[in-house]
Design a binder for this molecule. Structure first.
Ligand code: PEP
Ligand code: MN
Length: 404
């Protein structure tokens, strides 16, 4: 249950106090006050968690300063699409708009390995009009003997060079709470020339304490990667963990799941789940073809597996692509073989634009047939049409129950 306060109500104001006093009289109920930052205004919300069935909404909604009370019984209370909460969640950060319906490519180094490589990458990105990127400073590696990332020592030059080349948002993985503080501090010291999207990697998709930390801070948006061996539902719950702490600027990233059925690819691409996530939630969806596929040799059509997988994400309507690129992959200290060369970047971006355009055309086509069906429904009574055709049954427009 969520009590949404009017925009002029502050979190420690008397209106919030009055609601909290009222709900304190119920047993088995916990209340959390959050400030949700939208593009134009900040809203104070009170989340009631636990046995909410005992709380009648009418008296609560009449309290001074209460805008409305939303009772949510479905899963994913905060990120989900529910009655009355159907639109995409507003997603803006440092001038980048990334809510459902937008499209960005976050190409960059899997791991920062030298200042020279960082600068060459940013230079190329700005040349091709890109304002978003990825750069790993903290790397979770399967072997403890592998390169673990340069850590906070690289942050000053990463942020300064990003600012110099007009980069506005860097996806950067964090492995523990201290990393968030280090990023905050380094960004502050550099004068905030750029911005960061905190990345929760596949291995930490069920590290609930880290998810809570990412949700408790409101400064950075959070990209949550699908856990490699968990269900989609479990990953959506990971996002809900972030949201319930007060941060709803969340992107969910599909990056393939671990199974040998995906061989010879690194993981088994799960990009058919893009529309599923968009139907269930109001979050933008990112696709990581680099870590899903892990190789870039071409098929006989001349297109690499990596580019094919990217296109599968884009044609399904993903809002973001997270892609490894490196100016000198042979010298990369992490995941060199799957990285695009800088010279390959313009063709890759052009390929994405072609597929994105095709996706937008598909959306227009789908809307046209939906409109035509709606018009038909108003002209001919539904009962008569069903009896007449005998072809479609079971849903409002018949589309989901076509019998073949
Ligand atoms: C990464 O994007 O650098 C990464 C480690 O990915 P994943 O968590 O999906 O393995
Ligand atoms: Mn990697």
């Amino acid at each position: 249950m969520i009590v949404i306060m009017s925009s002029d109500v502050i979190p420690d104001g008397p209106e919030v106090k009055q609601v909290l006093e009222n709900v304190a009289s119920y047993e088995g109920l916990m209340a959390q006050v959050h400030v949700v930052q939208g593009t134009t205004r900040a809203l104070t919300e009170i989340y009631l968690i636990g046995q909410t069935l005992q709380v009648p909404d009418k008296p609560l909604s009449e309290f001074p300063g209460v805008e409305r009370v939303v009772r949510i019984s479905e899963k994913y209370k905060l990120i989900g699409r529910h009655q009355g909460e159907m639109g995409p969640l507003e997603m803006q950060y440092n001038g980048v708009d990334f809510e459902q319906g937008s499209f960005h490519v976050m190409a960059g180094l899997c791991a920062v390995d030298s200042q020279k490589h960082v600068e060459a990458t940013f230079k190329a990105l700005s040349q091709y009009g890109q304002v978003t990127t990825r750069m790993g400073a903290y790397k979770p590696r399967t072997s403890p003997y592998d390169f673990q990332g340069l850590g906070q020592e690289c942050l000053p030059y990463v942020f300064e060079l990003a600012g110099k080349h007009g980069i506005k948002m860097i996806a950067m993985e964090v492995l523990r709470d201290a990393h968030v503080e280090e990023i905050q501090r380094a960004l502050e010291l550099a004068g905030k020339p750029t911005g960061v999207m905190l990345q929760i990697g596949t291995r930490n998709a069920q590290n609930f304490e880290l998810l809570k930390t990412a949700g408790q801070q409101q400064e950075f948006p959070v990209l949550v990667k699908r856990g490699m061996g968990i269900t989609l539902e479990e990953t959506l719950n990971a996002c809900e963990y972030v949201a319930i702490q007060g941060n709803r600027r969340i992107v969910i990233c599909l990056r393939g799941v671990k199974t040998h059925l995906g061989d010879p690819h690194r993981n088994f691409a799960d990009f058919a789940h893009v529309p599923v996530v968009k139907r269930l939630t109001r979050l933008p969806v990112c696709v990581d073809p680099s870590h899903a596929i892990g190789r870039k040799e071409p098929a006989p059509d001349g297109i690499t597996d990596m580019a094919h997988a990217s296109a599968q994400g884009v044609i399904a309507g993903c809002e973001m692509l997270l892609v490894d690129v490196h100016p000198d992959p042979v010298r990369a200290l992490c995941d060199g073989p799957q990285a695009l060369l800088i010279e390959e970047l313009p063709a890759f971006l052009e390929d994405c634009a072609i597929v994105r355009e095709a996706y937008e055309k598909r959306c227009r086509l789908a809307r046209k047939s939906m409109d035509a069906e709606e018009r038909a429904e108003t002209l001919v009574p539904r009962k008569a049409r069903l009896a007449g055709s005998g072809r479609r049954q079971g849903s409002k427009n018949g589309r989901s129950h076509v019998r073949t």
